[in-house]
Design a protein around this ligand. Structure first.
Ligand code: ABT
Ligand code: MG
Length: 148
């Protein structure tokens, strides 16, 4: 089954949005397989956002993501990578549709509440970067026969 990496960023944690955000993925029918609160190191932040290393916003991005705890998660389910990106909304919260997480809760591109892997190869890379295999649970809730 497909898996993706999601993280509620420092702004989402500080604003008390963790429960609301987790609830959206649960009620969609996706399954939580990994969850932890992380004070992100600069090393982890620079690896996670490595693709943006040369961009002007990179230093501010690393400062932001290391400024307070984030909630790191792995979610599993059919089409979860693309579906989670739709539930999250586009990068700039001002352009994100109402009903998406960023559309409902954000106004600034540098404070966009949540991260989600953007493709299968990035999902695999990010899950391995943030979680050890022992931190992920392989489990099957009995409700799953009512989803699939
Ligand atoms: P992430 O899920 O954080 O990766 O965001 P998303 O994939 O939607 O967008 P990308 B392009 O990966 O942005 C990464 C972070 O960089 C911030 N950013 C991006 C800016 O601050 N200014 C910019 O011009 C761009 C393009 C937004 C993202 N995170 N935050 N916080
Ligand atoms: Mg991205």
């Amino acid at each position: 089954m497909e898996r993706t990496f999601l993280a509620v960023k420092p702004d989402g944690v500080q604003r008390g949005l963790v429960g609301n955000i987790i609830g959206r993925f649960e009620s969609k029918g996706f399954q939580l397989v990994g969850l932890k609160l992380v004070q992100v190191s600069r090393e982890l932040a620079e690896k996670h956002y490595g693709e943006h290393k040369e961009r002007p916003f990179f230093p501010g991005l690393v400062n932001f993501i290391t400024s307070a705890p984030v909630v790191a998660m792995v979610w599993e389910g059919k089409g979860v990578i693309a579906s989670a990106r739709k539930i999250i909304g586009v990068t700039n919260p001002l352009n994100a549709e109402n009903g998406t997480i960023r559309g409902d809760f954000g106004v600034d591109v540098g404070r966009n509440i949540i991260h989600g892997s953007d493709a299968p190869d990035t999902a695999e890379r990010e899950i391995a970067l943030w979680f050890t295999p022992a931190e992920l649970c392989n489990w099957q809730p009995s409700i799953s026969t009512w989803i699939y």
